[in-house]
Ligand binder design. Structure first.
Ligand code: IMP
Ligand code: MG
Length: 179
């Protein structure tokens, strides 16, 4: 089996690039159908979602805009309960149809924070799209409108997801071997 070493840890292949691309296409198709005529603003949560967002955005065929926020809650392979906001929103959100783009929803703490912030800016409608969702780790209650794949509660890297900043560049997704 294909494995990679990222710093001190070993990872084995979990989701192929081909499977990822099929999943991204399915999400794009749903968004194209649901948000036709609404001119949505996509808000991409950096850093992790940048590759997913780029692939997804190329498959969106309705009028839309994109912007970026940078949030961080992870240190190494562990989530921390405080979300540090690094770059805030500077677009006009009021009255807009917004789609938040995440690479993965794990505990849901990051997304919960983002949703609350957007409600404060009075978006007309806030939808959530995530490539990956870990249902066993989820601690919140918000609705996720678009989920690419549900995955077990293992630490993963690749396709934008990192271990201490590394391995974002792999086109496939790998899961940690052991712990
Ligand atoms: P949450 O706040 O616990 O839902 O975590 C959200 C953020 O943590 C995601 O946007 C990712 O950037 C990061 N994250 C969560 N799970 C993993 C993982 O398995 N590998 C790498 N990063 C992860
Ligand atoms: Mg992320």
């Amino acid at each position: 089996m294909k494995t990679i070493k990222v710093r001190d840890k070993e990872f084995s292949i979990s989701i192929t690039a081909e499977k990822i691309q099929k999943t991204v296409s399915k999400i794009a198709e749903k968004i194209n159908n649901d948000l036709h005529g609404k001119v949505p603003l996509f808000i991409v949560v950096l850093n992790g979602a940048f590759i997913f967002a780029a692939d997804l955005f190329k498959k969106i065929n309705i009028d839309c805009e994109v912007t970026f926020v940078k949030l961080s809650s992870y240190v190494g392979t562990q989530t921390t309960s405080t979300v540090r906001e690094l770059i805030g929103l500077d677009e006009a959100i009021k009255g807009r149809s917004v789609v938040i783009i995440e690479d993965i929803i794990d505990t849901g703490i990051t997304m919960d924070h983002t949703i609350k912030k957007l409600k404060h800016f009075k978006a007309a409608d806030v939808k959530i799209a995530t490539l990956l969702f870990k249902p066993d780790a989820f601690q919140k209650h918000f609705k996720i409108d678009y989920i690419g794949m549900e995955i077990p509660n293992d630490f993963i890297v690749g396709y934008g997801l990192d271990y201490d900043g590394f391995a974002r560049n792999y086109p496939d997704i790998y899961k940690i071997v052991g712990n």
